[in-house]
Ligand binder design. Structure first.
Ligand SMILES: Cc1cc2nc3c(=O)[nH]c(=O)nc-3n(C[C@H](O)[C@H](O)[C@H](O)COP(=O)(O)OP(=O)(O)OC[C@H]3O[C@@H](n4cnc5c(N)ncnc54)[C@H](O)[C@@H]3O)c2cc1C
Length: 419
């Protein structure tokens, strides 16, 4: 969609200029002209008293030249000069995907911030072949406007084939804006990525429906198969973006594997030249206030002890906290426990909570609904405690303890303390 000014009707009254929050309308020879800052927010349309502004279908562009796009980019999110874990996980996944696409495909980190040079070696060590660095005082703190502009401009210039973001608050804010500006697709919240290495038509029937024109044009292309839970987690949908580039995904933290750190590994650095002016920022960050509540680092934890409705009431979590403290873990919860108000949402594991991948996951009084499993089933070892021997959680458990959790957990604590 685009905004268009009907020249014959425009009276040069400037009402639309005042209504536009993005400085996207200029007066040239007493005529309103829409510039590249337009986001099609529509504010100008009702502001015009002469019906001189309309929304139109953009003239159909020609097909995207898919062969012009190359390499896998990972937005390597940093906060306060520290890389987010998911950035390193995505470098590992990007490395795997890039090798599947072809040996000349590089995995590239995109590093944005105020002064971020000290992070570059770490990115090489975790698999980046190339690091694109956008360093500017205006990027010191995350802002949607600044980051979206810099990354969009760089994608237009370098044309990566795939761009991955962590499904963090920042990644979820940033990725859709960039995708919209680039007129490409975005699959949010992926839990799995693969490359279609065969003929596109071979897997088309299995995964998606396309019109014949698209099939012909994409025959033989290596598309990214992006898998995410759909319909309340009851099935996994695999989505492709066959006719636009780049292919963009946000990926849940804790799902992909980091590479083993390769200390001393070197790559190449490319300095991006952010073309930023104060004018590009529509929002000013006055202060960053961290949430007062205790944050739970479920994604980083080696051991997670989760409780569900089987705990009976909120006091049941005292026992889970004792277990977590004995084994050196953090407390997780099922949605049923969270919805009952027994514990804060930040502890929730699952499809609408956090995805975890600890070395040991204790599921205590949790039945094992598919939405819970979606957030913990890739844990290294799963220990389930449930009084119902038929509970689905036992199907994914490595160790299943059938019985009353109020008897079993104190016994585990005692035995663990003896070790
Ligand atoms: C769109 C959508 C998103 C969702 N997202 C999530 C999510 O992110 N995370 C999530 O967890 N759920 C999620 N759910 C909810 C999910 O479907 C289940 O309802 C929920 O996981 C059930 O929680 P539970 O296992 O604690 O409770 P229940 O299913 O009620 O299971 C309680 C278990 O405790 C056992 N038990 C009872 N007493 C004891 C005892 N004394 N000792 C041992 N065992 C005992 C019972 O045998 C039972 O198996 C979502 C649902 C939808 C529709």
């Amino acid at each position: 969609m685009a905004i268009q000014v009907i020249k014959e009707k425009c009276k040069g009254c400037t009402l639309c200029v005042k209504a536009c929050p993005f400085n996207a309308i200029e007066m040239i020879d007493r005529l309103a002209v829409i510039n590249e800052k337009c986001t099609v927010c529509n504010q100008c349309i009702p502001a015009c008293k002469f019906d001189a502004i309309i929304k139109t279908e953009e003239t159909k562009k020609g097909p995207v030249d898919l062969s012009a796009y190359k390499d896998v980019w990972v937005f390597t999110e940093q906060r306060e000069g520290k890389l987010m874990n998911v950035a390193l996980e995505l470098l590992g996944e990007g490395h795997r995907i890039s090798r599947e696409i072809g040996s000349d495909t590089k995995v590239c980190a995109v590093l944005v911030g105020g002064n971020v040079d000290h992070l570059i070696d770490e990115l090489y060590a975790y698999g980046a072949d190339l690091v694109y660095v956008a360093s500017d005082p205006l990027l010191e703190r995350y802002t949607t406007d600044g980051y979206a502009k810099v990354i969009t401009d760089s994608i237009k210039e370098y044309k990566p084939e795939i761009v991955l973001f962590g499904a963090t608050h920042i990644g979820r804010d940033l990725a859709p804006r960039i995708a919209a500006r680039l007129d490409t697709g975005l699959t949010a919240d992926c839990t799995r990525l693969d490359v279609n290495t065969g003929n596109y038509i071979d897997y088309l029937d299995q995964y998606t429906t396309m019109n014949t024109k698209d099939m012909d044009r994409n025959d033989g292309n290596k598309n990214l198969k992006q898998t995410r839970p759909a319909f309340g987690g009851n099935l996994m949908a695999t989505i492709v973006c066959p006719t636009h580039r780049p292919q963009m995904s946000t990926v849940r933290p804790g799902v992909m594997d980091k590479l083993e750190k390769m200390q001393g590994r070197k790559g190449a650095r490319v300095d991006l030249k952010p073309d930023l002016k104060q004018d590009d920022f529509f929002v000013e960050v006055v202060e960053v206030v961290k949430a007062a509540k205790q944050m739970v680092s479920l994604t980083e934890a080696q051991i997670v002890c989760s409780g569900g409705r089987g705990l009976g009431d909120a006091s049941g979590f005292e026992l889970i906290k004792k277990l977590a403290s004995a084994v050196g873990g953090v407390v997780g919860a099922s949605r049923a426990a969270v919805d009952s108000g027994w514990i804060d949402h930040c502890h929730q594991v699952g499809q609408t909570g956090t995805t975890v991948k600890p070395k040991i996951y204790f599921a205590c009084g949790i039945s094992g609904a598919i939405q819970h499993l979606a957030g913990m089933q890739t844990s290294d070892i799963i220990v389930a405690i449930n009084k119902n021997p038929e509970a689905p959680i036992f199907e994914v458990a490595d160790y299943g303890l059938v019985g009353d959790l109020f008897k079993i957990i104190p016994e585990i604590i005692t035995q663990w303390d003896k070790e």
